[in-house]
Each structure stands twice: as C-alpha cells, then as structure tokens.
Design a protein around this ligand. Structure first.
Ligand code: SF4
Ligand code: SF4
Length: 78
C-alpha cells in the first residue's frame, strides 16, 4: 500500500449514516465496524483505499488526513 494512501483514513458522519451496513463487507481489511454508538472506522486498520466512499447511498463516508502518529506507525510497519 503506497504511503500516500496511508496518509488518509475514512471517517463516518453518523448524522448522515443510517447504519444500512452496505459499506462493511466492501472494506478489504474490514476496518468498518458497527458499534452500539453507531458505525466506526478503525483508523489502525483502514488502509485509505477509498473503496467504501462511493457506494454509501447517503454520502456518510469521507476521507480525512490521517493523524501523523497513526500514519507514521503504518508506514513504519509497511
Ligand atoms: S453505507 Fe453509508 S449509510 Fe450504510 S452503513 Fe455505511 S456509512 Fe452508513
Ligand atoms: S478507505 Fe478502504 S480500508 Fe478504509 S474504511 Fe474505506 S474501504 Fe476500508
């Protein structure tokens, strides 16, 4: 996985998400989890591949810049 992809992570807007679950099996590393409080993206697992973004019918998923510390750990582990 290129470092450029790892520099970004998916986030969910829970105000928009209706918890349909469509995105969860589309995520190759299974980083999208359903919790009691709603959908969450595990930033430590997300590779930044963006495959979840377009399929969401309500546009609840988007990419943001990854916090520097997490980015550095993922690059170091690659
Ligand atoms: S596809 Fe969109 S609306 Fe459905 S669970 Fe995922 S983020 Fe929520
Ligand atoms: S960007 Fe890729 S790895 Fe991250 S949550 Fe979306 S589908 Fe999963």
């Amino acid at each position: 996985m290129p470092a450029a992809a790892l520099a970004h992570v998916a986030v969910v807007d829970r105000q928009l998400c209706d918890a349909c679950g469509l995105c969860m099996p589309l995520c190759p590393p299974l980083a999208i989890l359903m919790r009691r409080e709603g959908l969450v993206v595990d930033a430590a697992v997300c590779t930044g591949c963006r495959k979840c973004i377009a399929p969401c019918p309500v546009g609840a998923l988007s990419m943001v810049q990854r916090p520097t510390q997490v980015h550095d750990e993922r690059v170091a582990a690659a």
